[in-house]
Design a protein around this ligand. Structure first.
Ligand SMILES: O=C(O)[C@@H](CO)OP(=O)(O)O
Length: 245
């Protein structure tokens, strides 16, 4: 049996301000830093250790990994930073307040934008100053979406899983993945075979280690949050309600 740990980044400045974030590179708040440190303390206290870490190219995930590893005295571990683990691109919604959008367009529309499987938010214009196409951290413009639905995110996260993460796990590496709410939802949808209708209800809390136990074919046996399960469920419910007026 293999075990991997997934962790969504700690609270970011735009989580605090309740703004759609996507590929915008905002940092952690002090609360986000302490969530990451608590995650590291918990992992250490429970005897977890890792050989290889994966994260996105966005600082809220990278810094979450830093603080988590620092608490474990494991900042020396190898880290693969892969843009394919970035948050889902939120298109023209990036920067806008979720509750304001719900007041303007209704809770239902915001739920569709946030959680529907195959309806993307309105796209950014390539000329929009928010567009990340000229950012050199990405291999080329075609790698940078103008918007994404979860289906699109699954389509880019899966190659990262298949080409890089899954082979490392099969080699016996103990893997920690620090990523984002929707890139983790994309991976879980695939691993657990969650339907397009049920994935709408899955929300990932900030900064709480989520363990997946996998069989020899990397099919999930079970999963659970480390620490207080009720607190994790309450934090996930709070994420679900961020898009309400
Ligand atoms: O804004 C975002 O990029 C994501 C994660 O913070 O939000 P949501 O939970 O609304 O998909």
């Amino acid at each position: 049996m293999y075990k991997i740990v997934l962790i969504r980044h700690g609270e970011s400045t735009w989580n605090l301000e309740n703004r759609f974030t996507g590929w915008t590179d905002v940092d952690l708040t002090p609360t986000g830093v302490s969530q990451a440190m608590s995650a590291g303390k918990l992992l250490k206290a429970e005897g977890w250790d890792f050989d290889l870490c994966y994260t996105s190219v966005l600082k809220r995930a990278i810094h979450t990994l830093w603080y988590t590893l620092d608490e474990m005295d494991r900042t020396w571990l190898p880290v693969v930073k892969d843009y394919r683990l970035n948050e889902r691109h939120y298109g023209a919604l990036q920067g806008l307040n979720k509750a304001d959008m719900a007041k303007q367009y209704g809770d239902e529309q915001v739920l569709v934008w946030r959680r529907s499987y195959d309806t993307p938010p309105p796209a950014l214009e390539a000329t929009d100053p928010r567009c990340e196409r000229s950012d050199r951290r990405y291999p080329d413009a075609s790698a940078v979406p103008l918007t994404e639905c979860l289906k699109d995110t699954v389509a880019r996260v899966l190659p990262a899983w298949n080409d890089s993460i899954a082979p490392s796990i099969k080699l016996g590496k103990r893997v920690l993945i620090a990523a984002h709410g929707n890139s983790i939802r994309a991976l879980i949808k695939y691993l657990d075979g969650i339907s397009e209708t049920d994935i709408v209800h899955l929300n990932i809390p900030n900064g709480i280690p989520l363990v997946y136990e996998l069989d020899e074919n990397l099919k999930p046996i079970r999963h659970y949050y480390l620490g207080d399960a009720e607190a994790a469920a309450a934090a996930a419910a709070a994420v679900a309600s961020q898009g309400k007026a």
